[in-house]
Design a binder for this molecule. Structure first.
Ligand code: SAH
Ligand code: SF4
Length: 345
């Protein structure tokens, strides 16, 4: 049986056609699921009994489980258990303009970035589309709020789970689905170039962020093994092609690691690397962890680094730290959860 929350409206239309029903029924089911939040087919009163029976035989509506929630002033972190007992996390960040959520795309991550907790444990498996959609549905129900923006920056490399990611994006953006505007959705990748190029052809105007974290190959090879497959030059070329096709500015993420990639020299190298490209740079304060040697750059040095970029006409933002206390920052999530969660409660 397939989970209904893995189905885009197009897929559901095809299903209805295949059983000789009108395709608009897909829209009706979507309205029940995503607008009225009724998850049982039996309660969908405008659908005929015999069709409901078919839906019940064909689709599963089971939900992943919220195991724990940790609250902080501006952030709130969820631990979910999947039906095979794996764990994933999502983080809600409360801004004055709305609430955003950072969702996971895989159980663990295979990219092996040196500074990242999620990558310390290898990928166990990809998340199914429904496991991504349900993170949002369950959080909205639990907090009694609507989430106005979504970032795919939790555990995992979304472009290593491309097909499920695309279905997820279609469902959450669909006006009859979660109706989250494409411009309020951001996907972050460590730089899987073939998928960046494929994503340029995806019709929705979704934001793309690329984790660069180093301005030259020698350093990026050490921090991010993916660089050995797709070097900085190849990545920059993909960024140019992506922009030429979509006209959308990419965000370059740069996590500030003390004494590693944060010198004035590094800032100058980064500025010259990005010169003439239509990108924003987002400087990310590093969230230190218990297990890893890396330390965060102090605030002044982050500002200095940003100033050098600005002086070179590069648009810079500095990410606000959310949920430091509950270790909720995106990118700091990992799969072997329970041990660490117990540590906090
Ligand atoms: N795999 C994707 C998306 C998830 S990670 C990617 O790498 O882009 C989201 C972001 O958080 C990435 O830029 C990642 O490098 C960063 N990150 C990882 N660990 C972090 C930490 N401890 N502190 C701050 N940012 C971190
Ligand atoms: Fe994976 Fe992203 Fe962490 Fe790298 S930074 S290990 S790609 S989650």
């Amino acid at each position: 049986m397939e989970n209904i929350f893995s189905y885009t409206r197009d897929m559901l239309e095809d299903y209805f056609k295949s059983i000789g029903e009108k395709s608009y029924k897909a829209t009706q089911v979507f309205e029940w699921l995503y607008q009225r939040r009724i998850f049982s087919f039996n309660d969908m009163t405008n659908i005929k009994k015999d069709v409901i029976e078919k839906l019940n035989n064909e689709f599963d509506t089971s939900l992943i489980k919220i195991v724990k929630r940790l609250d902080d002033k501006d952030a709130c972190k969820y631990l979910f258990e999947l039906s095979d007992s794996n764990h994933i996390e999502a983080v809600v960040m409360k801004h004055n303009y709305g609430n955003s959520v950072c969702v996971s795309s895989q159980v663990g991550c295979n990219m092996g970035c040196a500074f990242c907790e999620s990558g310390r444990l290898k990928k166990v498996r990809n998340l199914e589309t429904f496991e991504m959609v349900e993170q949002i549905l369950l959080i909205e129900k639990d907090l009694g709020i609507r989430l106005s923006s979504v970032v795919v920056m939790g555990i995992g490399e979304p472009f290593d789970n491309y097909d499920n990611l695309i279905k997820f994006l279609s469902i959450i953006n669909d006006a009859k689905g979660l109706a989250i505007g494409a411009r309020h959705i951001t996907v972050s990748t460590s730089g899987l170039v073939p998928k960046i190029l494929e994503f340029a052809d995806f019709p929705l105007q979704i934001n793309l962020a690329i984790s660069l974290h180093a301005p030259y190959n020698e350093l990026r090879n050490k921090l991010m093994p993916v660089n050995k497959a797709y070097s900085i030059e190849v990545l920059i070329d993909a960024i140019k092609k992506y922009y030429a096709k979509t006209n959308r500015r990419i965000t370059i993420e740069y996590v500030m690691l003390k004494g590693v990639n944060d010198s004035e020299e590094d800032a100058k190298k980064l500025a010259s690397l990005l010169k003439g490209l239509n990108v924003y740079v987002n400087l990310i304060p590093y969230n230190e962890t218990n297990h890893i040697e890396f330390k965060a750059t102090n605030k002044n040095d982050v500002l200095k680094f940003g100033k050098i970029l600005q002086d070179n006409n590069i648009t810079v933002t500095i990410r606000k730290k959310y949920g430091e206390y509950i270790q909720a920052a995106c990118g700091q999530l990992r799969s072997k959860e329970v041990e660490r969660w117990n540590h906090f409660i």
